[in-house]
Design a protein around this ligand. Structure first.
Ligand SMILES: [Mg+2]
Length: 394
């Protein structure tokens, strides 16, 4: 069995724990409404007003004029996240974090020691409540897909177990958009074909489903039958390094987008080098005025952390999307992932040769020079030509 643990309204709950005076009142953690901030997390009293994450804070305040707005403290949330992970580690090393407040656990190897997965899930939930004064929702099921659905189904303060023989009864009544890979578009198409529930999808004619879903149809039909073979991939390391900027006002100027993108690329590459990481996948995220968000990525042949290498790709991805178009952009982000899993394994004779090549690479010497200056005088002291100064992360 797989366990999925997901903290309830994580940032907001941490803030409530830290400050008893705000406990139980409608509150969000997020940006300031006057500065076009966005809701990062809403507690459950705020959700009763229809407030949810990713919503503009200004809209949230209109929905609930007494709303309390707490500025995010990411360092604190990361610390608490580490404390949660420490609890997981008591029971299993096979932990796959999905975000700061969510993870899959495979406890099948620990059952002799601690009891079955249900018993372990109970212990984790109560350890988190007793030691961290926070509420986790737990889902336990035969695979990842079902475990995640299960934890979500019980929220808040949920504990949902789906046994093997209950899978179809659990899935069948759910709306089709609960299946991974069916977006808004997919569910609208289903609706117009009279398919609303997982059961209706499961029993639908396979030709119809293929028409609606194209190449994903087999995968999604499998999900509808509760089939998901993905393993829990233990990963205590970072999976990606990213940075994004929300503009104070929508930007429609191409060169301003490029300047920001180069700043973000530099910052991300600097962090990669500081963490001694090299990644292969670079992703650009663009959010338009209407909140429509796209991401475009490209994979390198070999891992890198050089600013110039990634900037060339970022620039071309942006050009492909925006050149010659008119646009209004709210947010732009850059992310590098696909890290080499074990840096120690890189130490081979070839790597030494490669290292030599790397130090001879002029981009590398520029990077190490700028890194050194940044390390000594701060991150924003030096930047590549066109990159403009942006506000720092809180
Ligand atoms: Mg959560």
């Amino acid at each position: 069995m797989i366990i999925h643990v997901d903290m309830d309204a994580f940032y907001a709950s941490v803030e409530e724990r830290e400050n008893p005076e705000i406990r139980g009142k409608p509150l969000i953690v997020g940006g300031h409404p006057d500065k076009r901030g966005v809701v990062s997390a809403a507690n459950y009293p705020a959700r009763q007003f229809g407030i949810h994450s990713a919503m503009p804070s200004a809209l949230a305040v209109r929905k609930c004029p007494d709303l309390l707005i707490v500025h995010p403290r990411h360092r604190l949330y990361r610390e608490v996240s580490q404390q949660i992970a420490d609890i997981f580690w008591r029971y299993t090393p096979i932990i796959e974090p999905l975000s700061l407040d969510e993870a899959f656990l495979d406890c099948s190897g620990s059952e002799k020691l601690y009891g079955d997965s249900i018993r372990i899930g109970e212990k984790i939930k109560s350890d988190i409540a007793n030691e961290l004064e926070l509420i986790a929702s737990v889902g336990i099921a035969p695979n990842k897909f079902l475990a995640k659905l299960a934890s979500d189904q019980g929220k808040p303060d949920g504990f949902t177990v789906v046994m093997k023989d209950q899978v179809q009864d659990f899935l069948d009544p759910l709306p089709v958009d609960r299946l991974w890979g069916i977006g808004k578009v997919g569910s609208a198409r289903f609706k117009s074909s009279g398919i609303r529930t997982v059961k209706e999808l499961r029993l639908a004619d396979s030709g119809v489903v293929r028409n609606l879903l194209g190449q994903n149809s087999t995968k999604i039909h499998n999900l509808a039958c509760g089939i998901d073979d993905r393993k829990v991939t233990p990963d205590s390391e970072v999976k990606s390094i990213s940075q994004e900027t929300t503009f104070a006002q929508n930007v429609s100027d191409y060169s301003a987008i490029e300047s920001t993108a180069i700043y973000l690329t530099e910052s991300v590459c600097y962090r990669l080098r500081k963490a001694d990481l090299e990644g292969r996948v670079i992703k650009v995220k663009i959010r338009f005025e209407d909140f429509h968000t796209i991401s475009r990525s490209q994979t390198l042949e070999g891992p890198s952390n050089l600013t110039q290498t990634f900037w060339k790709i970022v620039r071309s991805l942006i050009a492909e999307e925006l050149r010659g178009q008119s646009f209004k952009i709210r947010l732009i982000g850059v992310e590098v992932s696909g890290f080499v899993s074990d840096p120690d394994q890189q130490t081979s004779i070839f790597d030494h040769l490669q290292q030599d090549n790397k130090s001879a690479n002029p981009s590398r010497s520029v990077d190490s020079l700028t890194d050194e200056i940044r390390n000594r005088f701060g991150r924003d002291v030096i930047q590549l030509g066109r990159s403009v100064r942006q506000r720092k992360d809180p």
